[in-house]
Design a protein around this ligand. Structure first.
Ligand code: ATP
Length: 609
C-alpha cells in the first residue's frame, strides 16, 4: 500500500526538479553502509521483532475482552494481561538495542564520511578555496554530514519499521474481518491529498531555508572574521552589515515559521482522519453484528480499531518521509558533488623523489590563466641556478605572485613547464617538492597558538637549538625572549597580537626551520616603519647570500642583493639584468625605480644615518 502512494508522490516531486534518485545514487549511498552490514542485519532483525512484538498487545486485547471479560474467565484474563505486559516489555527492550545499534552505525558512517571529506578537501587546489564560499564549504562539512546521520537514524529505520508494522497490522486485520479491514484501509489513501501539498511546500521551503542558511554563514564568516571586522570598522559599515544580517535573519525566521506551519496544517487533517476511522469501524461493526448477525465479537472490533490506530502512525510517518527522503537524497547529492570535484593537483603515478634537492628552477614558455578568458602569464622564461638569487619586480597585479605559486604547484601551468632541478614539477612527488620549496608569503598566516607551536609547524621535531638559531637568523629571537612568556607567548587569532614586521620575521624563522633548498620570499607591500623594515632587511640579506632564492621585491636593498632582476609587466618578463644596467634604460624598471624604490631608498638612508 505504501508503495504506489509513495511512488506517485515522488514523481510529483521529481517534476519540481528534485535530485534525481538514480540507481547509481542509491548504490553509492549504500556503499557507505556496506562496511557495517553485520550490524545492519542485526538492526533489521531487531526492527522486525520489535514491530511484531509491539503489535501483539493489540491483538491480545481482543482475547482479554472476549475470553476474559465477556467470557468471565478470570484465569484467562490474568494470563492475557501478563502476556500482554511481557510482550510490551520485550518489544521495548528490543527497541533499546535497536536504537543503540542504529546510533552506533550512523555515528560510524558519518565519522567515515567526515574524514573522507576532510581529506578530500585538503587535496583540493588553491583554486577551489579561492572560488568557493567558505560558508558553503563549512556547511557541507558540518550540517550536510550531520544530516546524513539523521537520515540513517531516522529516515532509513523509520521506513523499515513503519513498513513492517503496516504489513503485519494489515495481515492481522484481514484475518479478523475483511470487510472492516477494507473500510479501514479505504480511508488511508485520503491522506495523500493533504500530504502531497504539504510535502511540496515543505520541500520548497526547506530548499529556501538551506540557501538562506548558507547566506547567513557566509555573512558571519565574512564579517565576524578578524580581517572582515577590521574592514567593517574602518569603513564604518557596521550599520549596513547589520542590516544585511538582519534581513537574512528575518528571512530565515519567516521561512522557519512557514516550514513548521506547513507541517502543522498537515497534522490537523491527519488527526481528523484518524478519528473518523475508528468511528466508522464501530458503526459498520455494529451494523454487521446487530443487523446481519455476523459472528463478529466485541473483542474483534476492539482489535480492529486498535490495529487501525496503530496503522495511522506509520502511514503518517511514511508520508512525511517523502519529504525527508528527498531532502536526504538532496543532501547526499550535495555531498557527492563535493566528492566528485576532481583533485586538480595530485601526485603522478610513479612520481619522482630525487635524492637531493639543489634548488634550480627553470621556467620554459610558461603560460597561465586562472580563468580561460583572462591570460595572466605569457611565455615566461628564466632560469635560477643553485646558490643564486633572483628578484622579481613589477607593477602591482603584473603576475609576480602567480609566477611563484607555480613552483610549489599551488596551481599548474596551462602551457609550457616549470622545472625544479631539471625535472618538470608535475613529475615530482608533491611532498618532496613542497618540502624543498619554502615560501614566505605576503600575507603571513599564523595559527592561534604559541610562537613555539607556530614554529614547530614547519618541523615538528626541531630541537631547542634549531628553533633559537632560526629565530636569531630571522632577527626575531631578541624580541621573543623579551616577551614575558618568551617562546610560549600566544600570538592571538591569526597572529594578530604581533605587528606586521614581527609576523613576517617569525614566518621567515619558520621557513628557515624547514630549511628548504629553494626559498621564495614574497616581500610585503604593506609599508612598515623604517625600523621594522630594517630588521627584516637584516634578516633577509644573509639569507639571499647563502641560499637559492626568489624574491618578489619592493625595496631597493632587496633588489640590489639579488644576482639578477626580472621585470614583469602584464604577465611578461619585459626586462632583465643588473640594477646598474636596467636603470640606464628608459624602461619599466627605470619608471619603477623613480616612483617606488628611490623613495624607499631615501627612507632607508635616513634610518642608517
Ligand atoms: P602584487 O604585487 O600586488 O601582489 P602581483 O604581481 O603579485 O601583484 P598576482 O597576485 O600574481 O599579481 O596577480 C596577477 C593577476 O591575476 C591579477 O590581475 C589578479 O587579479 C589575478 N589573480 C590573482 N589571483 C587570482 C585568482 N585566484 N583567481 C583569479 N584571478 C586571480
Amino acid at each position: 500500500m505504501g508503495g504506489p502512494m509513495r511512488q506517485g508522490f515522488l514523481t510529483e516531486e521529481e517534476k519540481q526538479n528534485q535530485p534525481k534518485v538514480t540507481k547509481e545514487l542509491l548504490l553509492r549511498v549504500f556503499s557507505y553502509l556496506k562496511p557495517y552490514w553485520k550490524q545492519l542485519l542485526l538492526v533489521f532483525v531487531a526492527i522486525i521483532a520489535s514491530s511484531i512484538f509491539s503489535l501483539l498487545p493489540s491483538i491480545l486485547t481482543g482475547k482479554i475482552i472476549d475470553e476474559g471479560l465477556i467470557g468471565r474467565n478470570f484465569d484467562a484474563l490474568i494470563k492475557y494481561i501478563v502476556l500482554s505486559l511481557a510482550v510490551t516489555l520485550i518489544a521495548n527492550l528490543i527497541g533499546v538495542l535497536e536504537s543503540y545499534l542504529n546510533t552506533w552505525i550512523a555515528q560510524h558512517i558519518t565519522f567515515d564520511m567526515r574524514n573522507k571529506m576532510f581529506q578530500h578537501l585538503q587535496s583540493m587546489s588553491q583554486r577551489f578555496f579561492t572560488s568557493n564560499n567558505q560558508g558553503d564549504i563549512i556547511t557541507r562539512m558540518t550540517s550536510d554530514i550531520s544530516g546524513v546521520q539523521q537520515i540513517i537514524t531516522n529516515t532509513f529505520t523509520s521506513i523499515l519499521s513503519n513498513s513492517i508494522t503496516l504489513v503485519v497490522a494489515l495481515i492481522a486485520m484481514y484475518q479478523k474481518n475483511w470487510i472492516l479491514a477494507t473500510i479501514g484501509i479505504i480511508i488511508v489513501p485520503l491522506f495523500t491529498i493533504p500530504t502531497r501539498r504539504a510535502g511540496k511546500t515543505r520541500w520548497t521551503l526547506t530548499r529556501e531555508s538551506q540557501a538562506c542558511n548558507d547566506e547567513i554563514n557566509g555573512i558571519l564568516n565574512e564579517t565576524l572574521s578578524v580581517s572582515g571586522q577590521m574592514l567593517v570598522k574602518l569603513f564604518g559599515q557596521e550599520k549596513r552589515e547589520y542590516e544585511k544580517y538582519e534581513a537574512a535573519n528575518r528571512k530565515m525566521v519567516d521561512l522557519n515559521i512557514k516550514e513548521s506551519m506547513a507541517g502543522r496544517w498537515f497534522r490537523v487533517v491527519i488527526t481528523t482522519f484518524t478519528s473518523i476511522g475508528p468511528m466508522l469501524l464501530y458503526l459498520v461493526g455494529g451494523i454487521l453484528m446487530m443487523r446481519y448477525n455476523h459472528d463478529l465479537t466485541v473483542g474483534d472490533i476492539t482489535v480492529l480499531v486498535t490495529l487501525l490506530g496503530r496503522m495511522y502512525g506509520p502511514v503518517n510517518s511514511l508520508l512525511n518521509i517523502q519529504v525527508e527522503w528527498i531532502r536526504s537524497m538532496a543532501m547526499f547529492t550535495r555531498i557527492f558533488e563535493y566528492f566528485d570535484m576532481p583533485v586538480e593537483i595530485k601526485n603522478k603515478e610513479n612520481a619522482i623523489v630525487p635524492k637531493e634537492a639543489k634548488g634550480n628552477v627553470r621556467f620554459e614558455h610558461v603560460e597561465f590563466y586562472y580563468e580561460p578568458e583572462r591570460q595572466i602569464l605569457k611565455d615566461v622564461n628564466f632560469e635560477l641556478e643553485s646558490g643564486h638569487s633572483i628578484a622579481i619586480v613589477g607593477p602591482s597585479g603584473s603576475g609576480k605572485s602567480t609566477m611563484i605559486n607555480l613552483i610549489p604547484r599551488l596551481y599548474d601551468v596551462t602551457g609550457g613547464a616549470v622545472y625544479f632541478d631539471g625535472i618538470d614539477v608535475r613529475d615530482l612527488d608533491l611532498t618532496y617538492l613542497r618540502k624543498n620549496v619554502g615560501v614566505v608569503t605576503q600575507d603571513t598566516y599564523l595559527f592561534n597558538g604559541t610562537i613555539k607551536e607556530n614554529l614547530l609547524y614547519a618541523k615538528p621535531d626541531a630541537s631547542e637549538e634549531e628553533i633559537v638559531s632560526a629565530c636569531a637568523k630571522a632577527n626575531i629571537h631578541d624580541f621573543i625572549i623579551a616577551q614575558p612568556d618568551g617562546y610560549n607567548t600566544v600570538v592571538g587569532n591569526r597572529g594578530l597580537k604581533l605587528s606586521g614586521g614581527e609576523k613576517q620575521r617569525l614566518s621567515i624563522a619558520r621557513v628557515l626551520l624547514k630549511d628548504p633548498a629553494l626559498l621564495i620570499f614574497d616581500e610585503a607591500t604593506a609599508s612598515l616603519d623604517s625600523i621594522s623594515e630594517n630588521k627584516i632587511q637584516e634578516a633577509i640579506d644573509p639569507l639571499i647570500d647563502s641560499r637559492t632564492s626568489i624574491l618578489i621585491a619592493h625595496r631597493l636593498s632587496t633588489i640590489l642583493a639579488a644576482d639578477e632582476i626580472l621585470v614583469v609587466k602584464d604577465g611578461k618578463i619585459v626586462e632583465r639584468g643588473k640594477h646598474q644596467d636596467l636603470v640606464k634604460k628608459d624602461g619599466v624598471y627605470r619608471e619603477l625605480y623613480e616612483t617606488q624604490f628611490a623613495r624607499a631608498l631615501e627612507k632607508e638612508e635616513a634610518v642608517l644615518e
